[in-house]
Ligand binder design. Sequence first.
Ligand SMILES: Cc1cc2nc3c(=O)[nH]c(=O)nc-3n(C[C@H](O)[C@H](O)[C@H](O)COP(=O)(O)OP(=O)(O)OC[C@H]3O[C@@H](n4cnc5c(N)ncnc54)[C@H](O)[C@@H]3O)c2cc1C
Length: 492
Amino acid sequence: MHPAQFTADPPSTDRVPSTYDVIVAGCGPTGAMLAAELRLHDVRVLIVEQETEPASAVRIVGLHIRSLELMAMRGLLDRILPHGRQRPASAYFAAIPKPAPKGLDYRYAYLLGIPQPVIERLLEERAIELGAQVRRGRAVVGFEQDDEGVTVELADGEQLRSRYLVGCDGGRSTVRKLLGVGFPGEPARTESLMGEMEVGVPQEEIAAKVAEIRETHQRFWLRPAGVGVYSVLVPAAGVSDRAEPPTLDDFTRQLRAIAGTDFGVHSPRWLSRFGDATRLADRYRIGRVLLAGDAAHIHPPIGGQGLNLGVQDAFNLGWKLAARIRGWAPEALLDTYQAERRPVAEAVLDNTRAQTELLSTEPGAQAVRRLLTELMDFDEVNLHLLEKITAIGIRYDFGAGPDLLGRRLADIDVKQGHLYGLLHHGRGLLLDRTERLTVGGWSDRVDHLADSTAALDVPCVLLRPDGHVAWIGDDQRDLDDHLFRWFGSPAH
Ligand SMILES: Cc1cc2nc3c(=O)[nH]c(=O)nc-3n(C[C@H](O)[C@H](O)[C@H](O)COP(=O)(O)OP(=O)(O)OC[C@H]3O[C@@H](n4cnc5c(N)ncnc54)[C@H](O)[C@@H]3O)c2cc1C
């Protein structure tokens, strides 16, 4: 970033006054997280959600280590934990069961299984508590942007004005399509049916049959999901463009084809179909319109990464967009959103491609799977895959520097307790073991903790509001340069 590029958002000379600073299309996990992050900085946010009610498919999703860390950073984790089930962290790459590698000493070294509607509700509640407005039953159908803002059109013809629009409206994103952003990749090659239903045969009979089939068919399971209720996954008969959900008949037919019996399934709670299409948006931002979450990337659910990725996009974007709106961010700061997050999505798409290949029943793929299973006994291989899936291995490119630069800082002990307890307000933080530095004119955006006892093996770190290490050192002038780079001009 060059100082010459630093320009504040235009002052409010808007021809049409903006009622909102940001309109977020879509109240899924990405949209709700983004709205909450923006509200930490007093940004006026409206979420427009097309559905009148929250989603009903009670799919259990896994929150991985980095997402749990984000929740802890904002003081949300204690609220979420009672609703989920903790399992020890593991790479579970291509569903290969292996224990976590040795030496995994993170405070949040587990996977939290939680129903998607519950995590969505908790995130939406938090956004509302912080002051975001949510309008349900309203779909974004059009928009026009100019130099000063975006005019957003809803399905009922109402027009709203905001300074920015963010499409968090899922894989079929209207915002992305209207923006004309390419979404290249591979169409679905296979589809799966997933749902919850009751069964008509004893548990032992199901367990034995399922174990036998899963030796070769990884896209198949019947798992207890409550009293008398099973979660069922089977390959769909083919790939279909139909958006409507499958029927119970589709399940019984596929169960008989693979297992020779339909296990007497009946009384479905919910049924869904999903494919393995893999696509990535060419751009995450055009002018005042941005994309986040599934609107920017889709991939098969193997490894359970989509929701995690979307929530982490929102965490990366929130403070940057807020800084732009508050007037202290350089223009180039907003560009770092795509520069940092698109490569992360690219890597996730790639690991899901690899995992999908390993699920194939072809002899070659099965042989590679056996080989990888052996390799994962090496802790280094196991840890490498775990860091990929859980997103704790991410290192943003902040230029040359020590390995820690650009990485997330774990929740280390500091004299006031845990580091993450100091990040609840979404501000930057100087963690200063020399106890002689200062954040000077940036103290309205950046906190300062002088603590010679902090469990760090470098003198000082500057943390961005998303917990990534933006600077390491002990020199005040060098620190000031980096405060300027990330947090704009100092206040007078
Ligand atoms: C079987 C399966 C299992 C999965 N398991 C996991 C897992 O374990 N872990 C994980 O991390 N991920 C998992 N995922 C992926 C995860 O569900 C998605 O990645 C996640 O829901 C994406 O969140 P989002 O907010 O970006 O988009 P969405 O959840 O799709 O939310 C988009 C929202 O936008 C709304 N909307 C759409 N169009 C408009 C419009 N024009 N105007 C207004 N609102 C609009 C929609 O109604 C919706 O509420 C799984 C997915 C599947 C299919």
